[in-house]
Design a protein around this ligand. Structure first.
Ligand SMILES: O=C1C[C@@](O)(C(=O)O)C[C@@H](O)[C@@H]1O
Length: 246
């Protein structure tokens, strides 16, 4: 997958999460995704899958996704601390990442910043050796950090060797939303890797629609079930993006 055009494109990439918890629902999601022309990237939220600890089931689902989807695949298993369902030990988290790299070979893999740093760096190196790009992410479902803190986190992500930095924070008020957009604009001009940023919830919806103008190159939208508060549907998002680009 080539990321060169991400910062120069006129529109953000639209990523759709698959939050199915079983194989049949994954098949339905694949059909719905293939029937929609506005999606650029598919995120498989493995942490929603019932058989997360049954590796042969995971592999079966992965093979199906790779065979049937005509789009790049991002694999994410979001931990409970960051708004997901993966509730296992650090050791299990890194074991699963290694397995994903060795056996699943997605185009992109999500790794969370809030884990042991030396292990994150190893995962990123390992992913790169296997031609997998890494999105290193950071979420806070309670608050939006101050600018200096956001800055430290993104610099850390860049120094870890990730290919894309992603931050998703909950705003308490309009200032938090504006600060995130302003910070994104600053980060776009000062980081060497592409950024994805969003304010969650109702207040933050504007960042999902117009964040790309400030430097956020991917926006997450849902087909049926959303994977985070404030996500819009692909069709709503696409209609607004069309209007904004006229
Ligand atoms: O990190 C993100 C962004 C997200 O949390 C959102 O707010 O749209 C949705 C998640 O599925 C994805 O992994």
């Amino acid at each position: 997958m080539n990321l060169n055009h991400l910062n120069t494109a006129k529109k953000p990439m639209i990523a759709v999460p698959i939050t199915a918890n079983n194989l049949d629902d994954i098949k339905q999601s694949i059909i719905a995704i293939n029937n929609n022309q506005h999606i650029d990237l598919v995120e498989w939220r493995v942490d929603f899958f019932n058989n997360l600890h049954n590796f042969s089931m995971l592999k079966q689902a992965n093979e199906l996704l790779k065979k049937k989807l005509k789009l790049p695949l991002l694999i994410t298993f979001r931990t409970v601390n960051e708004g997901g369902h993966f509730n296992n030990s650090e050791a299990e988290y890194f074991k699963l990442l290694d397995l994903m790299i060795a056996e699943m070979k997605p185009d992109l893999l999500d790794v969370e910043l809030a884990h042991q740093n030396s292990l994150i760096k190893n995962v990123i190196q390992n992913a790169h050796q296997n031609n997998i790009l890494v999105i290193e992410s950071n979420h806070d479902f309670n608050r939006t950090p101050v600018k200096l803190e956001m800055c430290k986190r993104l610099v850390q992500i860049q120094n870890d060797g990730a290919d894309i930095a992603k931050i998703a924070y909950m705003p308490k008020d309009n200032s938090d939303v504006l600060n995130l957009m302003k910070f994104t604009d600053f980060a776009k001009n000062n980081l060497s890797i592409p950024i994805v940023s969003m304010s969650m919830g109702n207040l933050g919806k504007i960042t999902r629609l117009y964040g790309y103008q400030f430097g956020s190159c991917i926006t997450f939208a849902s087909l049926n079930d959303s994977s985070a508060p404030g996500q819009l549907t692909v069709d709503t998002l696409n209609n607004v993006l069309k209007l904004l680009n006229e």
